[in-house]
Design a protein around this ligand. Structure first.
Ligand code: NAD
Ligand code: UDX
Length: 480
């Protein structure tokens, strides 16, 4: 029986390994982590992450050929293939701070593998890492190996949160990069065989190590670039009376452009896009390519602009002040169908509103109050470290109120900001919400999920990203 160990039981390690276990009954899969709380949750009825379909997959194979454990050394020693799926945060201090990837967790994992391995191992980079990380990892492993042979493979993960199980069941492609030596090719084949249990062969791409590592960063940069492109156009739509949904539809009909990933929004969030672009920017700078670095940096600049543009629109529409006004924020997760809040635009929007002294009240169906308060108290990039390494006291500060109900959040509010596209926000009783709010009652839809015309008929003043503006909003001072 092939034995797989995955180091890191997070958003990637957990679902990816659960699907491998489900699809490969002849493979034993153990997911290990330094976080006792996370492993305990994986072994309980309340999994540590919310992901549609995940519970069902875990229930089918946990205890059969899928295990979660904190006994990292034991399971590394037993495994034939070791996936490393630890976090690779943006560095917050030292060389490359604010851009480069912090590979501390990766290096610790590699040293642990070198320490405990007694037989030959295939080590798979599942985390997103800078190009050439495999070379560094190879050096650590080989110089500490005591005669054991290691083959390093790059097998970046392309799942998106909220659709992770679907993406893993039917991936557009699986990418495996390896050394072009006979041993390297053999290792690539061994990993390919695992995926071949359910992924059609023509969707399994094999490349050299550096192409695989770079493809992951490039794919995220391209996806984020599409969102920044449509968001940039959304600002122009508001200025001209064009409708961004109509423009996106029209351009997406061009098969060379395609319809997906063209929804204008308050800005992209998530643990990957910003981190991976910053990483790409840093690599370009290190290779003496400042023009290329600046090109990609602008994707993030537009994203930051879109978030601050949204806050400015809220404040300027409401007579240039939100001081002491209650503002309901509906949705805190970075997208629907996840409880994940990493780099969510809601953090910047809430901070912007708090900066103007608003009283913010948040409702999200999947995010806990503790998480929201923590996110608003943390410094940039601190979120991407295991909980026990985050600054103490972060949750003692309570910058916002949090409710478990959208109606309670909106009661007595001057404005509602919709920041996540949860389906339930489409079905709320907006007449009831309007009646409970201060007048004039504003809705700022950062995801274009509500029917603006219907809401206007109720009496709301509505702002939708990239859509023709209400006359009220046109008359307010220009947003800068
Ligand atoms: P995560 O923070 O949810 O999980 C990482 C886990 O690794 C944590 O539970 C942490 O405790 C554990 N860990 C850290 N060091 C360890 C060690 N030495 N030994 C054992 N466990 C250790 O992160 P994630 O979202 O799963 O992302 C992991 C990697 O995958 C990152 O490089 C990320 O960029 C990449 N990625 C993420 C996504 C996504 O949607 N989240 C998608 C594709 C790729
Ligand atoms: C992304 C990549 O899609 C995935 O392939 C990679 O493995 C990890 O990073 P994820 O961040 O989980 O996945 O979600 P994604 O669906 O890409 O959304 C990212 C952000 O962009 C979200 O905040 C989302 O709301 C936003 N978005 C997405 C838009 O604003 N408009 C769109 O059209 C699509």
């Amino acid at each position: 029986m092939v034995k797989i160990c995955c180091i890191g039981a997070g958003y990637v390690g957990g679902p990816t390994m659960a699907v491998i276990a489900l699809k490969c009954p002849a493979v034993e899969v153990v997911v290990v982590d330094i976080s006792v709380a996370r492993i305990t949750a994986w072994n309980s009825e309340q999994l540590p992450i919310y992901e549609p379909g995940l519970d069902d997959v875990v229930k089918q194979c946990r205890g059969r050929n899928l295990f979660f454990s904190t006994d990292i050394e034991k399971h590394i020693a037993r495994a034939d293939i070791i996936f490393v799926s630890v976090n690779t945060p943006t560095k917050t201090r030292g060389l490359g701070a604010g851009k480069a990837a912090d590979l501390t967790y990766w290096e610790n994992a590699a040293r642990m593998i070198a320490d405990v391995a007694k037989g030959d191992k295939i080590v798979v980079e599942k985390s997103t890492v800078p190009v050439k990380t495999a070379e560094a990892i190879e050096k650590i492993l080989i110089h500490n190996s005591r005669g054991v042979n290691f083959q390093i493979l790059s097998n970046p993960e392309f799942l998106a949160e909220g659709t992770a199980i679907q993406d893993l069941f039917s991936p557009d492609r699986v990418l495996i990069g390896g050394r072009e030596t006979p041993e390297g090719k053999k290792a690539v084949q061994a990993l390919k065989q695992v995926y071949a249990n359910w992924v059609p062969e023509d969707r399994i791409i094999t490349t050299n190590l550096w192409s695989a590592e770079l493809s992951k960063l490039a794919a995220n940069a391209f996806l984020a670039q599409r969102i920044s492109s449509v968001n940039a156009i959304s600002a122009l739509c508001e200025a001209t009376g064009a409708d961004v949904a109509e423009v996106a539809y029209a351009i997406g009909k061009d098969t060379r452009i395609g319809p997906r990933f063209l929804s204008a929004s308050v800005g992209f969030g998530g643990s990957c896009f910003q981190k991976d672009i910053l990483n790409l920017v840093y690599i370009c700078e290190c290779h003496g390519l400042p023009e290329v670095a600046n090109y990609w940096k602008d994707v993030i600049k537009i994203n930051d602009y879109q978030k601050s543009r949204f806050v400015n629109r809220v404040v300027s529409s409401m007579f240039n002040t939100v001081s002491e006004k209650k503002i309901a924020v509906l949705g805190f997760a970075f997208k629907k169908d996840t409880g994940d809040t990493r780099e969510t635009p809601a953090i910047d929007v809430c901070k912007g509103l708090l900066g103007d002294k608003a009283k913010v009240c948040v409702y999200d169906p999947q995010v806990t109050e503790e998480q929201i308060q923590r996110d608003l108290a943390l410094n940039k990039f601190d979120w991407d470290h295991p909980l026990h390494l985050q600054p103490m006291g972060a949750t003692e500060v309570k910058p916002v109120a949090v409710t478990r109900d959208a109606y309670e959040a909106t009661k007595g509010a001057h404005a509602v900001c919709i920041l996540t596209e949860w389906d339930e926000f489409k079905k709320l009783d907006y007449v009831r919400i309007y009646e409970g709010m201060q007048k004039p009652a504003f809705i700022f839809d950062g995801r274009n999920v509500v029917d603006a015309q219907q809401l206007r008929e109720i009496g709301f003043i509505v702002y939708s990203i990239g859509k023709p503006l209400d006359s009220w909003l046109v008359d307010t001072p220009a947003v800068v």
